[in-house]
Design a protein around this ligand. Structure first.
Ligand code: PLP
Length: 455
């Protein structure tokens, strides 16, 4: 029964990103999800919920896709596992690597497979350190990340993540990770700044960080094309071109963390293409398999690859590998998923229905006095609440406006939106197959929830 499951859950299961003490005391309900189809998930009590966050912005193709589940079943029956060390591969993993490179920007050369976004970024940092050691630059090791960036929750990746919650009580960030300003125009300190002045300010902050630390000590800069977990924040116009120019000048590599934006969420295959910048390494995960199986990747450019190759000639095999790298079941899910996304033209749908969702959200809520900002790009949208719009005064954390609005969306209209972890922001990142009618439902539910909580 549900009661038994809830008890077993509290007694045995230690959940991620959860208030551990509250959950163990039974103060946060156990939610048992049983099945799903399209943009809807269903719990064990038969409640059907519209998942406007695609799980954790990952079920891009939508739930219940037989093309993907059949491919997984077939692969499991044929060959559930073999490793990928020392040149071993499977039909699925080799095919998927080719499909990824066919879709990746032209300067990309090879892909290394991992399991999730955190381990892929961990791989990226190791590859970059290896790269600089081969080039005889042993001090060039620090990685610049942005405050509010999200890059995972391991030791180095939790350090790269620019959210305080991921640092405090863990003795992070590690000393090789340093942070710079987030390109968050709505939260700029100087309200008189225009968007282009704010970009110039972000660039100046980066330049002064590089000067302080010394370019000889800085290996790379990592950023999500659109800040995700930090608040769903598209960059101001001209941001990426200006940042890329600074990095090039100082010979600092650029890692585009496309775990959320890769494979179509912005309406283009990659977010770096969307904003017209060229990465040296691209991180992929979530949308690679639409989360039907855990799989990630580090796509490295020709420039990086040529050096990595040289290094192994001198030193023997690269000392980096995971047992489950290129797991055949996950790779089969990836092949079927990328094919399905092409066949159903889902990236174009993410672009057009995403624009419709953003526009409808603006039309419905822009005049509300406690709505400070509505922003998004492609199938990403966020609404940020403020106590007072004219003075842009934010609520106190204890007011929990974001969590209250997302709770009202769920209880009143059975729509799942995410209360983003920092600030009063609710985020939407639906599956790419969302229809305009479903987008209307999400917007109407949001209007009702905002009215319930804020009047
Ligand atoms: N990078 C980005 C941009 C992410 O949004 C996430 C997760 O949300 C990660 C990395 C970490 O991925 P994972 O949770 O699969 O380790």
């Amino acid at each position: 029964t549900n009661d038994f499951l809830a008890e077993w859950d509290r007694d045995n299961f230690f959940h991620p990103s959860t208030h551990l003490a509250q959950h163990a005391r039974g103060e946060t309900p156990t939610k048992v999800i049983k099945t799903a189809s399209g943009v809807y998930i269903e719990d064990r009590d038969g409640n059907r919920l519209l998942d406007a966050f695609a799980g954790l912005y990952c079920v891009n193709a939508g739930y219940g896709r037989k093309e993907i589940t059949d491919a997984i079943a077939q692969q499991a029956g044929e060959l559930a596992y073999y490793h990928s060390y020392v040149g071993h591969g499977t039909e699925a993993s080799i095919t998927l690597a080719k499909m990824i490179l066919d879709r990746a920007p032209a300067n990309m050369s090879k892909v290394y497979f991992g399991l999730g976004g955190s381990d892929a970024n961990e791989t990226n940092v190791k590859l970059i350190w290896y790269y600089n050691n081969i080039l005889g630059r042993p001090t060039k090791k620090k990685i610049i990340s942005r405050w509010r960036g999200y890059h995972g929750s391991g030791l180095v990746t939790g350090s790269l993540t620019g959210l305080e919650l991921f640092h405090k009580k863990f003795d992070l960030p590690v000393e090789q990770v340093i942070h710079t300003e987030a390109p968050y125009y709505f939260r700029r300190e100087n309200l008189d700044q225009s968007e282009s002045e704010f970009v110039a300010h972000c660039v100046a902050e980066l330049e002064s960080l590089i000067e302080r630390e010394g370019a000889d000590n800085i290996a790379a800069f990592i950023g999500e094309p659109v800040l995700g977990t930090g608040g769903i924040v598209p960059p101001p116009e001209g941001y990426w071109a200006a940042i890329q120019a600074v990095l090039k000048k100082h010979d600092i590599l650029l890692i585009a963390d496309e775990v959320v934006t890769g494979f179509g969420r912005l309406g283009t295959m990659f977010g770096s293409e969307h904003y017209g910048f060229e990465a040296d390494i691209i991180t992929i995960a979530k949308g690679l398999t639409s989360a039907y199986a855990p799989l990630s990747g580090s796509i490295v450019s020709d420039k990086v690859w040529k050096v990595l190759e040289q290094g192994t000639d001198e030193n023997g095999p690269i000392g980096h590998g995971w047992t489950y790298s290129a797991h055949p079941i996950c790779a089969a899910a990836g092949v079927a998923n990328l094919k399905l996304i092409d066949d159903l033209n889902l990236i174009a749908n993410a672009g057009s229905v995403g624009a419709y969702l953003n526009q409808s959200m603006k039309s419905a809520l822009a005049d509300h006095p406690q709505v400070g900002d509505i922003r998004g790009e492609g199938m990403l949208c966020a609404v940020e609440f403020v106590k007072d719009r004219d003075s842009r005064t934010f609520y106190d954390a204890a007011d929990k406006i974001g969590p209250q609005v997302s709770a009202a969306l769920l209880s009143q209209d059975k729509v799942i939106a995410r209360a983003m972890p920092q600030g009063d922001i609710i985020g939407f990142a639906p599956p790419f197959c969302l229809s305009e009618q479903e987008a209307d439902k999400v917007v109407a539910a949001t209007v009702r929830a905002v009215k319930t909580v804020l009047g």
